[in-house]
Design a protein around this ligand. Structure first.
Ligand code: GUN
Ligand code: ZN
Length: 437
């Protein structure tokens, strides 16, 4: 790939605004020198152009260039059931999610779903995603094929369960281990793909299946781990009954040896101080999915307590409990919900929201050396927000007092239709998808 000098207003958060005031870096007339898909230099356009006059310039002025979004919790088989509003978690699973998930037994159906799913992610500017796959190994295989075709950085795995869902979705510890091992050997570290060992949640996982997951984690020391935790009060109660010896929900994973820096647990709306302490100590991250939490009435996320304990938090869309793929919308909903929590909440600035949608996700996935910011050495994964004339965001962008105010407006009113370009590893992967998902 020949080098390119991108000229744009760009913003990024190489450090956490939760611990570093002034972490938002803003370059109003910025330059990013990209070669071989990697950012070689990052700064002001004029200086970079003077130093590299021979490099062709890609002029992306007139919008905002941001690091590609990183979705740390999203379900492949649920793209076609987004919008099942008004049900609590366990009823929603039974009525909306699981009947659709059973259809992915058919690989032709699974491929069509994977294509819809990937169009949704890329259209929303998501360049890296931790994907809850399917219960069917064949569907996970198809997903990795399709993800490689479009270039997404996918961290994904087969979802495993052996009770309390529906028969078609149940497996055994032996089969979970064997199918997981085969998928890891076929996909982990191939191109941009990584594997995540994925027991659905303790409610649907016996100790035997959690042990099979732990065996995979031990045998393959670089694969990731993901599951759900403390999402819904009824779910927490059922899990307590199923694991009478466990101290709390986290302990069901902890006793199996599954809680580590390689993990991301989704939701954690109802944690004890002990659980937060263990997550922080082990470096296990939490995916905050505010649209899902609102749609399923699951509760308010105790972000302040997570931050105080030192737990790594990032954003997830939780499609299809969540209401779409846009991490701009998740950022806005996180802001709303924290605001509504009063003293218990955290006032989230545009810098916080950008961090949660980008670098925080990279840190949660152990990918911070590769993606999440525009620092030199990072992959050029980027989203160009440039609204069409006549749209609300266009009006704000043209009159915004500063790039930071424009960023706030992007979270407040931006949609996938405002995304004019997406790059992964320096390759353009998506033009504007107006009105889609
Ligand atoms: N807990 C177990 N499975 C699911 C799921 O598919 N969505 C959500 N939001 N929570 C879960
Ligand atoms: Zn989920």
């Amino acid at each position: 790939m020949t080098p390119v000098l991108y000229r744009a207003t760009f913003l990024h958060t190489p450090e956490s605004p939760f611990t570093h005031p002034g972490a938002l870096r803003v370059h109003e007339d910025g330059g990013l020198l990209v070669s071989g898909g990697v950012i070689q230099a990052s700064g002001d356009f004029a200086a970079l152009h003077a130093a590299h006059p021979e490099v062709p310039v890609a002029d992306r002025r007139g919008g905002l260039l941001l690091p590609g979004f990183i979705d740390t919790h999203v379900h492949l088989p649920q793209v076609r059931v987004i919008g099942g509003l008004g049900l609590p978690l366990l009823a929603w699973l039974e009525e909306c999610a699981l009947p659709e998930e059973a259809r992915l037994a058919n690989p032709t159906y699974a491929r069509a779903v994977a294509q819809d799913f990937l169009a949704g992610l890329l259209g929303a500017g998501t360049t890296t995603a931790l994907v809850f796959g399917s219960h069917f190994a064949s569907a996970v295989d198809v997903f990795f094929e399709e993800a490689a075709r479009v270039g997404l950085r996918a961290v994904a795995g087969q979802v495993v369960s052996d009770r309390l869902l529906r028969d078609e979705l149940h497996t055994t510890p032996e089969r979970a281990y064997a199918e997981g091992k085969a998928l890891i050997e076929r996909w982990h570290g191939v191109g941009r793909a990584l594997y995540a060992v994925t027991p659905r949640f303790s409610l649907s996982a016996s100790e035997g299946i959690l042990a099979a997951c732990a065996a995979l984690m031990t045998e393959f020391p670089d694969v990731r781990f993901t599951s759900h935790i403390n999402e819904n009060v009824r779910e927490v109660e059922v899990v307590r009954g199923l694991f009478p010896g466990a101290r709390d929900y986290l302990d069901t994973y902890e006793r199996a040896g599954l809680v580590s820096h390689r993990g991301v647990l989704a939701h954690n709306l109802h944690p004890s101080d002990r659980e937060l302490g263990v997550l922080a100590e082990r470096g296990c991250a939490v995916a905050h999915c505010p649209c899902s939490n609102s749609a399923l009435g699951s509760g308010f996320f105790p972000l302040r307590r997570h931050l105080a304990a030192g737990v790594q938090v990032a954003l997830g869309s939780d499609v299809g409990g969540g209401t779409g793929f846009s991490l701009l919308k998740e950022g806005l909903q996180a802001h709303f919900m924290q605001n509504l929590m009063g003293e218990a909440g955290v006032l989230l600035s545009p810098a916080h929201l950008l961090y949660l949608a980008t670098r925080a996700g990279a840190q949660a996935l152990g990918l911070e050396a590769q993606v999440g910011s525009f620092e030199p050495g990072q992959q050029f994964d980027a989203v160009h927000l440039q609204p069409l004339p006549g749209t609300p965001l266009d009006a704000v962008f043209r009159h915004a007092a500063s790039p930071e105010r424009a960023l706030a407006a992007a979270f407040a009113t931006g949609t996938p239709a405002d995304i004019a370009g997406v790059w992964i590893g320096g390759q353009p992967v998506q033009a504007r998808v107006q009105g889609r998902l």
